[in-house]
Design a binder for this molecule. Sequence first.
Ligand code: PAF
Length: 290
Amino acid sequence: MNVYRTKAELKAFVASTRAGGKTIGFVPTMGYLHEGHASLLRQARSENDIAVLSIFVNPLQFGPNEDLDRYPRDEERDLALARECGIDAVFMPSVQEMYPQQPLTSVIVHQITGRLCGASRPGHFDGVGTVVSKLFHLVMPDRAYFGLKDAQQLAVIQQMVDDLNFAVDIVPCPIVREPDGLALSSRNVYLSALQRQQAVVLSRTLAEAEQWLHRPEITVEQFLKLIVERIQTAKEAELDYAELLRYPSLQPLEPQQKTAELGEKLILALAVKFGATRLIDNRIFESAEG
Ligand code: PAF
């Protein structure tokens, strides 16, 4: 497995791979890899000739009061996992290498970024769009793999790829969960024992939501009230948002609409804080019509 820290080294590797007519599968990450990342790496490995992983904690996507400085890192463990998953090349640039000067250009996707994490974390998706487009230009992948846990990020990247004609297929990958249902996240390590116990409230609420969604008389507003009440049963939980939206447009629904009459793809998205740790999870419903 090759580890590259400079754009020049990576570009040389990509050029020779492309010259040999080989396909490239790409998994962009911020490191501190877990089984969720490993599932993306294995899929990239199995569907392409060459699999590339990037590890870069991107300062552009963190707000001033967010966890950039304390974002967990473990280079050695990440490289061991990448090796185990059969990755051919890892790109691990420094901040100076990625942003040698203050960038004056950013990639901004409108509308889809106005709600959910885009509303709670202003500027976050501008940072994601900008770094992912830089990475796509460097890695030139045929396919890029993104987890559905960050369903809004996936929608933003797909829109960016469509709007800007990037020659890459975006591959959505299922959420990987702990045995009790908690979605895997690099941020789970911050949870205290009690918070960890109560954090299952997200996945349990999403599981229970299905039956509420299909109740014949329930409106979007009443449905969301049930969701909020369920989250509040966890004493350590502080709700950031609970929203039911169209997916992938993330356009809102009418509060008085009956959920059972919604014949379109929907997302129920949750963000919940446990102390300083903010967890997200979601469930996509093909249609609420029952
Ligand atoms: O999902 C992530 O880890 C990051 O947002 C990404 C896509 C690697 C961009 O920094």
